[in-house]
Structures are given as structure tokens and as C-alpha cells.
Design a protein around this ligand. Structure first.
Ligand code: C5P
Length: 314
């Protein structure tokens, strides 16, 4: 499977609905550098898109509206702060077309979970509206508009596995065999605000209460090429973990449980509170997820695999 497949693009024109599926992301390496003057942290991260999906459907309309169902329905604001609407407006503005569409979001990706669900929805909205409006942007152009919506959005337009630098929005694809890694995602009760976790990390660092920051992701990239999950387990790392655990000490119990169930590694996913476990294979991922679900040490545990493609026609 090519990284920049164009055949998954929804067809432009016509009056039928455009449906786009978009994955969640995990971070295999999340190195957080200093706080920049623009309020963002300099990042070095390895993203991977995994098989847990949201879906955005775009239909013709005479204004811009958004409805939703699934994870976060009722809790997620559907006003202009919603990343789906911000993405649609950003594309319309750039392409010089009216931002007219009826958008519907079906969510499976937990919100405020460290899985970039909101960013994923924005990426799906860009791809769907581009097809609905026939604005014909390339993936790279969409990724550029995506960066104006959020740091993780460009990665979710592209998917696969990628190095992210800058504030996470500068993406360099990394070739990894599709669906070759098996993970368990353990979603927690409640969410964490990403800015709050960054602020906690800054506070802990000011107090010298953090481990040495991760270096370059060289070891991780080498482990991905080696294709041995035990080697990859040793190379995973997340500078935000200490801050997420400081705000949510209960997550240490979830991590311990997943490791006890046989996971090769367990860590906080992104800014948390989702916990991420590496399994040896698909069958073991099922087992670990079943154990976590039976133990009640998380809200829900799901086996997933990666890498998968980014936002594209469902
Ligand atoms: O880019 P995005 O809007 O998703 O970021 C949300 C918030 O997370 C930012 O306002 C900032 O507080 C924090 N952030 C950061 N450094 C990054 C990315 C995000 O501090 N590289």
C-alpha cells in the first residue's frame, strides 16, 4: 500500500453524500522540547495511525451545519469551536468557495483521550469538503490547510507512520509495512486537556521533577525496521507520561494491569489519559484487551493495529 494513495480519494461532483473515514493516532515516541514563544512546545514525535475510526459524511446544504452521534455526543460542542467546522471554513476560505455543507460525524474515537480524535475529524472534514465542493486540493495542500487547524491534523490527512517536528505539524513519512504492529488502547473514564498536561510538564520540569527528556527517535526508527515487537517495546517513549500520571495517578494501575496481562510495553498515549500497550501479535492484543475489560481498570480496552491510511473515502 502506497503512502500517498490517491485512489482512496472520494469522488468529486455529483449530488450524493461524500463519506470519509479517518483513524486515531498514537505516538510511539513523543519528545517534548522547550516551550516556544508562540505558546507551543517544540516536538519530535513518531506518529502512527491505528485502526480505530471516526467518519464524516458531507452533503450539500445552503449553510454549514454539524450533527454527530457516538463517542462524546452531548459533551462535544457543535458550535464554531468544533474542529470539523473550523476545518471546513479554513478550506472554503482558502479555495474561495462558500462554506455550505451539512456535515455529520460518527465518532468511535474517545474525546480528550490523547488519540487526536478532534484532529482526525478535522482531517476528515477537509477531505470530505474538498470532494463535495470539487476544490481539488492535493494531499500536501490539504496538509498545509490542516496545520492552520491544529498541530496533529496534517498527520491525520496522510496517515501511516511519520516523523512529526515543529509543533507536530511538519510531517515526514516513514515507510512501515501496513498493519504490522498490534496494540491495545485502554480508554479511561474522563479526559485530559492537552494544554493542561503540557502546563503540568512545564511545572514539573521547572521543579526538576522529570526524567531526562527523550533524545532523537533513532532507536525507535531502527526498531520499526527490525520488525521485532520486543525490540520496539524497549524503544517506545513519551515525555508527557510523567505529567499525565501526575494529573491522573490512577493510570499507573491501568499500566500495571496491562503489563501483567502480558503486554510487551505499556505507556501513556499522547497527552493521555488513554493507555497504550504493545502486543506480540493480533491474538495477544485480543487477550490483553479482554483482561483489561474484565478487570475494570479502564473504561474500555480495544485491540487495534497500525499503520493504516489517513483520511479517505469510506
Ligand atoms: O495545535 P493544537 O491546537 O492541537 O494544540 C492545542 C494546545 O496544546 C496548544 O494550544 C498548546 O497549549 C498545546 N500544544 C503545545 N505544543 C505543541 C502542540 C500543542 O504546547 N507542540
Amino acid at each position: 500500500e502506497a503512502l500517498f494513495e490517491e485512489e482512496g480519494r472520494p469522488r468529486a461532483g455529483g449530488s450524493g453524500p461524500v463519506r470519509v473515514r479517518v483513524p486515531a493516532k498514537i505516538n510511539l515516541h513523543l519528545g517534548v522540547g522547550p516551550l516556544r514563544r508562540d505558546g507551543y512546545h517544540e516536538l519530535t514525535t513518531i506518529y502512527q495511525a491505528v485502526s480505530l475510526y471516526d467518519e464524516v459524511t458531507a452533503r450539500r446544504g445552503d449553510q454549514l451545519t454539524l450533527t454527530m452521534e457516538g463517542e462524546g455526543a452531548g459533551a462535544l460542542p457543535l458550535d464554531s469551536s468544533n474542529l470539523v467546522l473550523r476545518a471546513a471554513r479554513a478550506l472554503a476560505e482558502r479555495a474561495g468557495v462558500p462554506a455550505h455543507a451539512r456535515l455529520h460525524l460518527r465518532k468511535q474515537i474517545p474525546i480528550a483521550a490523547g488519540l487526536a480524535g478532534g484532529s482526525a475529524d478535522a482531517a476528515a472534514a477537509l477531505v470530505a469538503c474538498d470532494a463535495l465542493w470539487g476544490t481539488g486540493r492535493s494531499r500536501d495542500e490539504l496538509a498545509e490547510i490542516a496545520a492552520s487547524v491544529g498541530s496533529d491534523v496534517p498527520f491525520l490527512v496522510l496517515g501511516g507512520t511519520a516523523l512529526g517536528t515543529g509543533r507536530g505539524e511538519v510531517i515526514s513519512p516513514v515507510l512501515v509495512r501496513p498493519s504490522s504492529w498490534h496494540w491495545v488502547i485502554a480508554a479511561a473514564e474522563g479526559g485530559l486537556s492537552t494544554p493542561a498536561v503540557y502546563a503540568e510538564l512545564d511545572r514539573l520540569r521547572a521543579d526538576d521533577a522529570t526524567p531526562t527528556p527523550l533524545g532523537d527517535p533513532d532507536q525507535l526508527l531502527a526498531a520499526l525496521r527490525q520488525r521485532d515487537p520486543r525490540v520496539l517495546a524497549d524503544a517506545l517513549g513519551n515525555d508527557m507520561q510523567v505529567a499525565a500520571l501526575s494529573l491522573r495517578p490512577d493510570l499507573a494501575g491501568t499500566l500495571a494491569r496491562g503489563r501483567k496481562a502480558g503486554a510487551l510495553a505499556g505507556m501513556i498515549c499522547g497527552s493521555g489519559p488513554t493507555c497504550l500497550f504493545l502486543a506480540r501479535n493480533a491474538a495477544q492484543a485480543e487477550e490483553i484487551a479482554a483482561d483489561l475489560n474484565a478487570s475494570g481498570s479502564c473504561r474500555i480496552a480495544l485491540p487495534v493495529f497500525g499503520p493504516v491510511a489517513g483520511a479517505r473515502a469510506a
